[in-house]
Design a protein around this ligand. Structure first.
Ligand code: NAP
Length: 509
């Protein structure tokens, strides 16, 4: 069996026994093991702060962008080998593996380009100089400089490539070194990517460390210039926010957590229309892509009463056609969940959901391996529904909830999820959509508005674009990542500098 190590202080370190197992979820066999016991995590954080940080801060944005470009190209060049690792360690179909791996390379490439645009500077001005007194000579200027600590990235298991790279891209471009901790269950792909970068000699000393296994005592050693970016469950996010050292040093924490994302069909989207078919296809894709293990996946579907029967008929037909099985075989659309723990969680969630909603479709799954067939639920309780609006079942699971088609109720239903990452709205009716879009905006990080003229041009509800923000309020964690230059701001200090306009110009440019 493979034993994975952590890359700390520029060398690989193996943790002490006992080890945690990583599985091949298709075969339900142990694939690798890892441990972080006994590793010097205080030393690792300090290494990043003292070796990696100064190196990155001395580089211009263009040079940091060049580094990201090389990291992106390395991933692209090893695409097939990485897809194979993803299939083995996560049970992904080829297309699901590409979603993760191409997304990783694409996000790095996007930030590489942004680096080129930001050019030969090492810090940025924020806005124009501000006059605050009678004197036109003594002015104020806001500047943005990288924090001089280390960025600690704690990731979920579902995107071992993309999650590593989307966070690293913004931190590196902002000028901060990173200690990344992938979700243990699928960490092998993250290890492979870092090995690849090291083989090609792309990483300057100290800029990137990889902690493979439990987070151990890493948070006990955070300091006032560090930053934490977390993706995972709301419960873990809260634990991190409440950590004594995090509180003591007011370490900024960005949380991306559970989200009960919705798709809302408007009354104008009639049965048989292109938009209607598009919505059906999108719901099925969201349920099955990556076996529903996507933070942005559609969990709640609000359909006007008039269209509910037609939607049910179409969904049942489409879900019945889904081919589930070993992702190594051609034509398989739905592989297993990422591991035994994930399978147990989803099975428990499905059992609980079944107490509160009717299970109208339960896909048959292979008996060996960590499979769960697609599960479609139906619930008529609207705003009063229990469990459906509150608990995310992180697998191929969604619930349809018929409603009266009013824009106001649509807003309330979306909001009932307590804050989401992404909401899809299907409508050509501008007045209805205006009420819904503006009403749900405070409750959702991204709105995917599908209408007849563009329904076939979008990238789909679940795709996170580096140029747009990713995050959501409330239950979704209250965080924000990506969004072009906005994604760098988390790693910067904004300082107001007051002084002589001529000297400010000479020093700040
Ligand atoms: P999780 O159990 O919360 O774990 C997330 C990460 O936190 C893992 O790396 C985990 O390590 C680590 N962790 C666990 N306890 C910790 C602690 N006390 N201190 C520091 N780190 C700790 O979540 P998951 O099961 O990996 O992911 C599924 C959840 O993530 C779902 O609820 C999903 O909604 C959410 N998610 C959200 C987004 C988003 O962008 N909003 C994206 C993806 C997933 P180990 O793996 O070693 O336990």
């Amino acid at each position: 069996m493979i034993t994975l190590s952590s890359y700390l202080r520029d060398t690989w370190h193996r943790g002490q026994d006992p080890q945690t197992l990583l599985y091949d979820p298709t075969l339900y066999t142990a694939l690798a093991q890892t441990s972080t016991r006994g590793l010097d995590l205080a030393g690792a954080l300090q290494h990043g702060r003292t070796i990696g940080g100064p190196t990155l801060r001395a580089m211009t944005f263009a040079q940091r962008g060049e580094l990201l470009d090389q990291l992106s190209k390395a991933i692209h060049g090893a695409r097939d080998a990485l897809i194979d690792v993803s299939r083995q360690n996560m049970g992904t179909t080829r297309s699901d593996a590409k979603f993760d791996i191409d997304g990783a390379a694409g996000t790095l490439a996007f930030y590489a380009n942004l680096g080129k645009t930001l050019g030969d500077r090492t810090f940025l001005l924020d806005g124009e100089a501000v006059r605050f007194s009678r004197s036109a000579r003594f002015l104020g200027q806001h500047i943005l400089t990288p924090r001089v600590g280390i960025a600690i990235h704690i990731n979920a298991f579902n995107f071992p490539a993309w999650n590593l790279c989307e966070k690293l891209a913004t931190a590196f471009l902002a000028g901060m070194p990173v200690l990344a901790k992938p979700g243990t269950a699928t960490a092998w792909l993250s290890v492979k990517i870092v090995e690849l970068w090291l083989e090609q000699n792309l990483l300057p000393p100290g800029v990137l460390q990889l902690l493979v296994g439990s987070a151990g005592d890493v948070l006990d050693h955070v300091g006032p210039q560090d930053a934490i970016v977390f993706t995972g469950s709301g419960a873990t996010g809260q634990e991190i926010r409440k950590h004594t050292q995090v509180i003591a040093h007011n370490v900024p924490v960005n949380v991306e957590a559970d989200s009960l994302n919705a798709l809302v069909l408007a009354p104008d989207v009639t049965e048989g229309s292109d938009l209607f078919h598009m919505a059906v296809a999108e719901i099925v894709r969201e349920m099955t892509q990556k076996a529903g293990q996507k933070c942005t996946a559609i969990r709640r579907i609000f359909v006007p009463h008039e269209q509910a029967d037609a939607l049910k008929a179409e969904l049942l037909a489409r879900l019945g056609d889904i081919r589930i099985g070993d992702p190594a075989h051609d034509g398989i659309q739905l592989g297993p969940l990422a591991g035994p723990a994930q399978q147990r969680d989803v099975q428990a969630g499905v059992a609980e959901l079944a107490k509160h909603a009717e299970n109208v479709f339960a896909g048959r799954a292979p008996e060996t391996g960590c499979f769960v067939g697609p599960q479609l639920f139906w619930n008529h309780a609207g705003l009063h529904a229990e469990y459906v609006h509150d608990h995310e079942v992180f697998g191929p699971v969604a619930t349809v909830m018929p409603y009266d088609g009013s824009a106001d109720l649509a807003v309330q239903l979306v909001a009932r999820g307590g804050g989401s990452l992404a909401t899809s709205v299907y409508s050509d009716d501008a007045a209805w959509s205006q009420t819904v879009l503006l009403g749900i905006a405070p409750w959702t990080g991204r709105v995917y508005w599908a209408s007849s003229k563009v329904f076939d041009q979008g990238v789909g509800h679940g795709a996170v674009m580096p140029s747009l923000v990713h995050g959501g309020p409330g239950k979704a964690g209250g965080g924000e990542e990506l969004g072009g230059e906005r994604g760098l701001r988390f790693y910067w200090m904004r300082t107001a500098v007051q002084g002589d306009v001529q000297l400010l110009k000479a020093v700040l440019g």
